[in-house]
Write a protein that binds this ligand. Structure first.
Ligand SMILES: NC(=O)c1ccc[n+]([C@@H]2O[C@H](COP(=O)([O-])OP(=O)(O)OC[C@H]3O[C@@H](n4cnc5c(N)ncnc54)[C@H](OP(=O)(O)O)[C@@H]3O)[C@@H](O)[C@H]2O)c1
Length: 222
């Protein structure tokens, strides 16, 4: 299995838990964690905002089966708000959170075809839900919200396109998680979120293809 953004935060914890469960984890990140990875984990350098970096990774992985791809790497804007956000940074967030996952799936599609479970989990966010995103969340990060909404559309299109390959594609909201991104006030410990996401991924069936779920299994409105 392969996880992007596995150097810290949720991706790091997912890598740890999958390794503990005996999986061979391909942990991809721009920077590996200072304390290293668990036994059975293979580090691969990857910048998901750089299409060449994704192509190079795919070349290194050619011919290897892949059961699960978790598109976890993500960023927020450093300056949010309609009057303040920077156009260049908006595009950078889109490149990382939306284009990166789509290019990753395209790059390792052949590897997933060789895999057994064939699940792609795009780590999205309820902040990108048009139905629910504004209900109890005053986040004004336009780039982040738009990037995650667009990732949801990519999930639906990819679910349609990859169905013939037996690949199940999901959008998953991890909850408000205590990481660098979520902050210290976040309600969910990172270990709990990762554990819950693993359960959803493990239970993913073809009938789940193209769905948007929260860490607790609830279907999130698009
Ligand atoms: N935390 C929450 O409350 C929350 C809520 C909803 C959704 N999410 C989503 O959950 C995912 C993980 O978030 P998190 O809370 O773990 O965030 P985080 O603590 O900020 O970690 C983000 C991870 O993404 C990596 N990353 C960023 N840009 C990258 C790039 N261009 N190439 C490769 N890796 C890159 C970072 O690597 P570096 O160390 O190299 O920067 C880091 O490992 C994200 O997709 C996020 O949008 C989080």
């Amino acid at each position: 299995m392969l996880i992007t953004g596995a150097g810290r935060g949720l991706g790091r914890e997912l890598a740890r838990q999958y390794a503990q469960q005996g999986w061979h984890v391909i942990a991809c990140s721009r920077t590996p964690p200072a304390d290293g990875y668990e036994d059975g984990t293979e580090f691969q350098p990857l910048d998901v905002a750089d299409p060449a970096s994704i192509s190079n990774l795919a070349a290194r992985l050619a011919g290897r089966p892949l059961d699960i791809l978790i598109n976890n790497a993500g960023v927020r804007s450093s300056i949010a708000g309609l009057d303040h956000f920077e156009p260049d940074e908006f595009l950078e967030v889109m490149a990382t959170n939306t284009l990166g996952p789509v290019l990753m799936i395209r790059a390792v599609r052949a590897n997933l075809r060789l895999g057994r479970t064939r699940v792609v989990a795009n780590i999205g966010s309820r902040a990108g839900s048009m139905a629910e995103g504004l209900l109890d969340d005053d986040d004004d990060d336009y780039a982040y919200r738009c990037s995650k909404a667009a990732l949801n559309m990519a999930t639906v299109q990819l679910a349609h396109d990859l169905e013939a390959d037996g690949i199940t594609v999901l959008s998953l909201h991890p909850g408000w998680v205590r990481t660098d991104m979520g902050g210290e006030e976040a309600v969910l410990p990172v270990a709990d979120s990762a554990c819950a996401l693993r359960a959803i991924i493990a239970a993913a069936k073809p009938e789940c293809n193209g769905s948007f779920r929260a860490f607790d299994g609830r279907r999130v409105g698009w």
